[in-house]
Design a protein. Structure first.
Length: 242
């Protein structure tokens, strides 16, 4: 707990310069909310794939999108991509574990409060309150917030840097295309085999097994958070930042 408190003090440096990013993310959040709330019934009846895309984008990449460009990973050379803030902090007498935790705290501050606000408003302004009881909706919220942890925390982990082909412009483009292609295949796969999308099935699961879904989601999120910190530490010990 002591390291997390120290990490928060380190993270404040970036967070205090990100007010504009938080503001624009809130505007973006309200825009997405209006679309998702008014389209839910149509999505349930017609299985519109774009609905899943916007919902997943909000929980997976929303915090990353809000992050000011100056704090995002940048090229330090042709084949070296890393967070400039992390480079600066590595020169200071700060424990490595504290630095790692600070990157995750920053991610959560960019994303978690706004995702919670979205889920609260979504319950009251969309027809989902007619589909799920409050307890089931809490389970639905836990599922998506947990997903944002074990998928979304790949972004703070990437702040540690990348050397080699993956860090070059061509390498980055190829990897982005591959990720988008795999996501597209995943979307098509679940629709092809089940006739429904990710949001639909999360509603069904939360309604049928709220307690079990919540426990499993929290467990996966906790395990992913630990694993991503360990992997980030390995990256930092491997890379030469000089």
């Amino acid at each position: 707990m002591k390291e997390w408190k120290q990490a928060y003090q380190v993270a404040k440096l970036e967070l205090t310069h990100s007010i504009k990013g938080f503001f624009f993310y809130f505007i973006f959040l309200m825009f997405i909310l209006s679309f998702l709330a008014t389209s839910l019934e149509s999505y349930i009846d017609n299985d519109f794939m774009g609905y899943d895309f916007f919902f997943i984008f909000l929980f997976f990449m929303g915090g990353f999108w809000a992050k000011p460009k100056v704090f995002q990973s940048q090229k330090q050379s042709l084949d070296f991509l890393v967070s400039p803030t992390l480079i600066m902090q590595l020169q200071l007498p700060i424990k490595q574990d504290v630095l790692i935790k600070s990157r995750f705290i920053i991610y959560f501050c960019y994303s978690l409060p706004w995702q919670v606000i979205f889920l609260i408003l979504f319950y009251y302004v969309s027809p989902i309150n007619e589909m799920l009881s409050i307890s089931a909706y809490i389970a639905f919220s836990v599922i998506w917030l947990s997903t944002a942890v074990y998928v979304g925390t790949l972004f703070p982990m990437s702040d540690a840097g990348e050397r080699g082909f993956a860090a070059t412009t061509i390498g980055t483009i190829i990897i982005a295309i591959m990720v988008l292609f795999l996501m597209f295949i995943a979307f098509l796969g679940i629709y092809f085999f089940t006739d429904h999308g990710f949001v639909y099935w999360s509603i069904v699961i939360a309604k049928k097994w709220p307690f079990l879904a919540s426990i499993l989601s929290i467990g996966l999120a906790g395990a992913a958070l630990q694993a991503h910190q360990i992997y980030m530490k390995k990256i930092m010990n491997k890379l030469d930042y000089i």
